[in-house]
Design a protein around this ligand. Structure first.
Ligand SMILES: O=C(O)CCC(=O)C(=O)O
Ligand SMILES: [Fe+2]
Length: 213
């Protein structure tokens, strides 16, 4: 299948449930699960510092600040090179960074947040690849009542662009269903000039009820 638009007011979304062939996705899942230096990030929410309820790994070419912490990137693993190249080619956009999240079971989660760090620019293009067990992705309007649920299946690609981060929040809620591990990769482009400077990003990030979820 190809990328198809998902109609949502004030957002630009596209989804391809089969972006990666199943076998390629399984090989990538195993390579990343075994090979990435998974960490439990510390996150600051409303002034409190907590362990994130999932494992993460920040990769790429530039440091990145969120929820009050500056993350030095890990180098790109070989397994991601063809994925990054294909995304850049197909979406005609650069991606100098990626955040990997490992949801070990249904208790691991990500609370409602926006990917609205200033370093991503006003209309970030974010390419989100899911591997492993399916988890439900939730979107909720920031200033309205509309919401959307989307099953992010193995090998799928979700693209968030345009005003999506301005108008919508997103989350991966916990589930009581028996689910196995899931890896999500969000490819982003971080502007180098502001990513290493000043504290406005910290203030901005720590006021969001974001990553603890
Ligand atoms: O796991 C997902 O599908 C979403 C990840 C996400 O929103 C993020 O890393 O900012
Ligand atoms: Fe996000």
């Amino acid at each position: 299948m190809a990328l198809e638009a998902i109609e949502l007011p004030g957002a630009r979304l596209a989804f391809d449930p089969d972006w990666l062939a199943a076998g390629e996705g399984h090989a990538l899942f195993e390579a990343l699960r075994e090979g990435l230096p998974w960490e439990r990030h510390r996150i600051t929410v409303y002034g409190r510092t907590l362990d994130a309820p999932r494992l993460s790994c920040w990769m790429g070419d530039v440091a990145y600040r969120y929820s009050g912490t500056l993350f030095e990137p890990h180098p790109w693993p070989d397994a991601l090179a063809p994925i990054r190249e294909r995304l850049q080619r197909e979406l005609d956009a650069p991606f100098n960074s990626a955040l990997a999240n490992l949801y070990r079971d249904g208790a691991d989660r990500l609370g409602f947040h926006r990917d609205s760090e200033p370093e991503l620019g006003p209309e970030p293009l974010i390419a989100s690849i899911s591997l492993g067990d399916t988890r439900r992705f939730r979107m909720r309007e920031r200033n309205g009542k509309r919401s959307l649920g989307l099953d992010l299946t193995h090998g799928s690609l979700l693209v968030m662009a345009g005003a999506t981060q301005r108008n919508w929040l997103h989350a991966v809620p916990p589930t009581a269903r028996a689910v196995g591990p899931r890896i999500n990769l969000t490819f982003r482009n971080v502007r180098q000039s502001s990513s290493t400077s000043n504290s406005s990003a910290i203030t901005n990030a720590s006021s969001r009820p974001s990553r603890a979820g």
